[in-house]
Design a protein around this ligand. Structure first.
Ligand code: ING
Length: 309
């Protein structure tokens, strides 16, 4: 038994006018609740410190950069790191990263139970667009404000287990989980900000978005025999609704915990990392079953190449 008592800290809306101090206070409250329930690890959403600013078209780079963190921890977030360390609680936190070289990433970090930053992940799959799109009901400008991540999908040894990270749109791509699966990952943690409606397809509402959330996360967990924790920033931000539906999914692909609200809400579940062993040693024993001589299109091609007429 290698139990991680995992707290999924779903957060409700963060308004454009909310300060990082107000947000961190909510995150600390969720951490206190997690401690009271015996959690040894807490997972926060993507871009957890601010409103989902990629919905706003901005041209002034100083305004854009005001949504980014220049160092981590910093004055606003240090209380999170200090309290997690005092609680002996590992932490996953998503934020907008502005590097000293001036590069912009949608980033998440992994902090172990002793408070050490073990790893950094930068979001690989950026959805949306880079110029204002008048056709859309609302904007989704991640390709404008972030570079594609340059970390790939590493897996880190932490607190006796094998942990990996992803961010939001990454969870929809099977490659995300398989690259970590091929490193033996036992738990993938990720945050998301998912609009409740499709800006290009008005009849795709929250039910369908929640279905796709479950489908993507359950498939990733099952097909790589690992735990997957997906944590939403949800609720209505300045009039723009985002789904909740935070999940903890076991290595068999079963949902063991799911958020019920679109508010700050804590899910806690004792995840046994040894529950990954059966799947990894039978149906998804990659070295016995995979036939890589037939998979080359997956890395040789970006888009579709149709068969000859
Ligand atoms: N948000 C959304 C997500 O991938 C999206 C964007 C929603 C893309 C639905 C496609 C379909 O959950 C982020 N931040 O990636």
């Amino acid at each position: 038994m290698r139990i991680v008592t995992l707290a999924a800290a779903q957060m409700g809306a963060i308004q454009r006018s909310d300060s990082r101090k107000q947000v961190v206070a909510r995150m600390l409250d969720l951490m206190d609740q997690a401690k009271a329930k015996g959690a040894t690890m807490i997972v926060y959403p993507e871009l957890a410190l601010t409103t989902f600013f990629p919905r706003w078209y901005m041209e002034d780079q100083a305004e854009v950069d005001s949504w980014f963190e220049r160092e981590m921890p910093n004055a606003d977030t240090l209380p999170l790191f200090e309290r997690a360390k005092s609680y002996g609680m590992a932490m996953n936190l998503g934020y907008a990263e502005l590097t000293p070289e001036g590069r912009h990433f949608n980033t998440a970090i992994l902090v172990d139970r002793s408070g050490r930053i073990v790893g950094k992940y930068r979001k690989t799959h950026l959805p949306g667009h880079s110029e204002f799109d008048p056709e859309r009901a609302f904007q989704h400008l991640e390709k404008r404000y972030f570079e594609p991540g340059d970390t790939g999908f590493p897996v880190w040894r932490m607190d006796g287990g094998l942990f990996g990270m992803a961010i939001c749109n990454d969870r929809r791509w099977p490659e995300t989980y398989r690259v970590m699966g091929l490193q033996g990952v036992e738990m993938v943690v990720l945050g998301y900000n998912t609009p409740s409606v499709n800006s290009q397809k008005a009849d795709e509402g929250p039910e369908k978005r929640l279905f796709h959330n479950r489908l993507s996360v359950q498939a990733g967990a099952y097909q790589n025999a690992c735990w997957v924790v997906a944590v939403a920033k949800s609720g209505v931000e300045d009039g723009f609704p985002m789904i909740g539906g935070s999940l903890i999914v076991n290595p068999d692909g079963e949902i063991v915990a799911e958020a019920k609200t679109e508010e700050d809400e804590l899910l806690v579940h004792a995840c046994d990392l040894d529950d990954t062993v059966f799947g990894k040693s039978t149906i998804f024993d990659f070295k016995r079953h995979r036939r890589i001589e037939h998979y080359s299109r997956i890395t040789d091609q970006v888009g579709v190449v149709l068969p000859p007429e």
